[in-house]
Design a protein around this ligand. Structure first.
Ligand code: NAD
Length: 347
């Protein structure tokens, strides 16, 4: 029984979520047995059980947790419904003020970390329909929102290659001009970081043509949404891409970038790499265990080569891939506690 005070809330989610979450759980339980893991419902599974995509009991557990490990949400059953699984995810990000979305993209000589502002901008500004039928969404940022994400990116750049690219559209947008000013005002405080500004259209082209030039890239919500998927595509696809969404002081949310993949749910074909890499980000940024995180990342890389899943051209099942990762970590699956059911009982 774990005795420490650290608690990870695991939200398996929908579709392939429970399948990849099971591998993350086995791996986490083996690597850090002293950390308690508590499972809760989110998304379509939560709507079915409670009528809400983010039940109060889930939100309370997440608020009290050290970190949150989340599987994808989304279910075709609720696609046209008023209450949808994805609303649970947006509500969770907002409730935990998880404003800093870290999206690492690593392959061969590419090693870029995209830092995306996650709770402001166009996705959260005023929107609606005017009397004449015009539809509008507005991009709004307060300088304080820009300052906190920029500071986070500067600190991450200090801990990496010391280079920061701030991406905006300052030749057109007011918010971008303010963004650029705030970054410039902060720069002297981080004199060991080399800063450059880049317009988003150029950044997309540079990312596609010469991604190895980037170290840390910081940008607003929508630009980051698009650029980070491009970076994921350049480094093996969405199935491999993890993310961390961090707040100041509160629990972070660690989750794969991909969705619930209803087309392959239940077939055992899901690649758990993105979920396991998200677990590594949790070990590093959520639990402060960089050595365990590095060991897990290397084990995943080795399993990608030795035991590829169908999306990578191989034949391994989700659980075979997970076992290969744990074998690399020298963890015997037989010695790991059996998987617990959602209510905490043992299967
Ligand atoms: P998706 O990422 O679920 O699937 C796209 C394609 O990639 C599918 O062919 C799928 O089989 C494949 N794929 C995805 N993850 C994989 C994995 N780990 N291993 C192997 N193959 C994988 O995107 P979609 O089909 O557009 O969305 C399905 C649902 O997921 C929707 O309801 C959507 O809203 C939701 N979604 C949720 C999140 C999230 O929870 N953060 C993110 C994106 C989409």
């Amino acid at each position: 029984m774990p005795t420490g005070n650290e608690v990870v809330v695991l939200l398996p989610g929908d579709g392939i979520g429970p399948e990849v979450a099971a591998e993350a759980r086995l791996t986490l339980e083996s690597l850090v047995p002293e950390v308690e893991i508590e499972e809760r419902l989110i998304g379509g599974a939560a709507i079915r059980a409670t009528g809400k995509p983010l039940p109060d009991v889930t939100l309370d557990a997440c608020r009290a947790a050290t970190a949150v490990l989340k599987g994808p949400v989304g279910d075709p059953e609720f696609e046209a419904a008023d209450v949808r699984p994805e609303q649970g995810l947006l509500a969770l990000r907002a409730a935990l003020d998880a404003y800093a979305n870290l999206r690492p993209a690593v392959l061969d000589n590419i090693d870029v970390l995209i830092v995306r502002e996650l709770v402001g901008g166009l996705y959260f500004g005023a929107s609606g329909v005017r009397e004449d039928g015009t539809v509008y969404d507005t991009c709004e940022y307060h300088p304080r929102q820009v300052e906190r994400i920029a500071r986070r990116a500067f600190r991450l750049a200090q801990a990496r290659g010391g280079r920061l690219t701030s991406v905006d559209k300052a030749n057109v947008l007011e918010t971008s001009r303010m963004w650029r000013r705030v970054v410039d005002e902060l720069a002297p405080e981080y004199s060991d970081v080399q800063v450059e500004h880049m317009l988003v259209d150029n950044a997309a082209m540079q990312l596609a043509m010469a991604p190895e030039q980037f170290d840390v890239l910081v940008t607003e919500n929508m630009f980051g949404d698009i650029l980070s998927d491009l970076a994921a595509a350049m480094t093996g696809g969405l199935g491999l891409a993890p993310s961390a969404s961090l707040s100041d002081g509160g629990p972070g949310i660690f989750e794969p970038v991909h969705g619930s993949a209803p087309d392959i749910a239940g077939t055992g074909a899901a690649n758990p790499t993105a979920m396991l890499r998200s677990t590594a980000l949790l070990l590093e940024h959520g639990l402060g265990r960089p050595d365990d995180a590095a060991a897990l990342m290397s084990a995943i890389d080795a399993a990608i080569h030795s035991t590829p899943t169908p999306d990578l051209g191989g034949h391994a099942s989700t659980s075979e891939f997970g076992s290969a990762v744990r074998a690399q970590l020298r963890i015997d699956d037989a010695a790991v506690a059996p998987y617990r059911d959602i209510d905490g009982s043992r299967a």
